[in-house]
Design a protein around this ligand. Structure first.
Ligand code: C2E
Ligand code: CA
Ligand code: CA
Ligand code: CA
Length: 283
């Protein structure tokens, strides 16, 4: 008779096989999905911690797959990265998000520009057409470079040489903001920050999580306090992600963080939710 352990392994194997098959299927379906328009973007607001008004929004891509339903980016971005499809997909996200931001600009006429944050993956950073693509998208839309913020993960820039930093430097010189995403997870040398053309630190969700408890984890508080003061002394703005409760928002405000994003304010959603928030601020 088979042991329970054997069955468990067989089941684990079967699950691993199923995952591999799905992964393979998704990978081969990606190019056609882009042609067929199966991707869409949800927007999650970024708010000023001081007064709760909308600062901008982050564009988060989703895939409406005909068989599997809506898939989150964690399911397909790594595959797109691996096959290089991330370059045309990323270009589409940028185009779409910038077009949307241009529309919000009309709604927000008196409130100053609304920022649009777009994620860039490592493969896009290495692609030689990156700067031309971005300049092109901005010029055709008429959006000011200062309204665009590109989010690059801290880990993508660890050990980055000048060749990799050059396009980011060029974009920063044009006025595009560069944010260091998932900051605090990559063990980067803090002194290294001065070398990077970034203007925003985006504190990883793992820090905000420590503030959910009552009382908040004192070590987390100290770390965030230290990061905020370092960031401000380097003239970097600090955004926090994953804010889920009013208590977290209060703590982060008290620690001097500038902007925040999270379910407490709004989950990622359709662009018209941002229209409504912007219009609500305007009155
Ligand atoms: P990220 O850039 O760190 O984005 C934040 C993630 O946290 C999003 O997950 C968002 O839905 C989620 N989130 C926001 N607020 C909260 C909260 O209060 N609590 C919790 N638990 N989660 C929250 P999502 O949309 O699944 O995106 C996952 C990752 O996929 C992103 O992480 C980003 O790295 C990547 N991604 C998304 N869109 C794109 C894209 O267009 N291009 C590239 N290259 N990567 C993308
Ligand atoms: Ca991001
Ligand atoms: Ca992040
Ligand atoms: Ca993340």
């Amino acid at each position: 008779a088979k042991s329970a352990g054997g069955n468990r392994y067989e089941r684990a194997d079967a699950e691993a096989d199923a995952r591999a098959i799905t992964r393979h299927g998704l990978t081969t379906a990606l190019p056609a999905a882009l042609d067929r328009g199966e991707f869409f973007i949800e927007y999650q607001p970024l708010v000023h911690l001081g007064d709760g008004t909308v600062h901008g929004a982050e564009a988060l891509v989703r895939w409406c797959h005909p068989q599997h339903g809506v898939l989150g980016p964690d399911r397909f971005i790594p595959l797109a990265e691996h096959t290089g499809l991330i370059v045309p997909l990323g270009r589409w996200v940028l185009q779409e998000a910038v077009r949307q931001a241009r529309y919000w600009e009309h709604l927000h006429a008196d409130g100053g520009p609304l920022r649009i944050n777009v994620n860039l993956s490592p493969t896009q950073l290495h692609h030689p057409g990156l700067v031309t693509d971005i300049v092109d998208v901005l010029e055709r839309s008429g959006l000011a470079p200062g309204a665009l913020c590109l989010e690059v993960t801290e880990s993508a820039l660890i050990g980055a040489d000048e060749d990799l930093l050059k396009p980011l430097r060029q974009l920063a010189e044009m006025g595009v903001d560069i944010a260091l995403d998932d900051f605090g997870t990559g063990y980067s040398n803090l002194a290294n920050l001065r070398r990077l053309p970034v203007s925003v630190l985006k504190l990883d969700r793992s820090f905000t999580r420590g503030m959910q408890q009552h009382p908040a984890d004192p070590v987390d508080l100290k770390i965030v306090e230290g990061i905020v003061s370092l960031a401000h002394s380097l003239e970097l703005a600090v955004t926090v992600e994953g804010v889920e409760t009013a208590a977290q928002a209060d703590q982060l405000r008290a620690l001097g963080c500038d902007t925040a994003q999270g379910w407490y304010y709004a989950r990622p959603g359709a662009p018209d939710r941002i229209h409504r928030l912007v219009l609500a601020d305007a009155v």
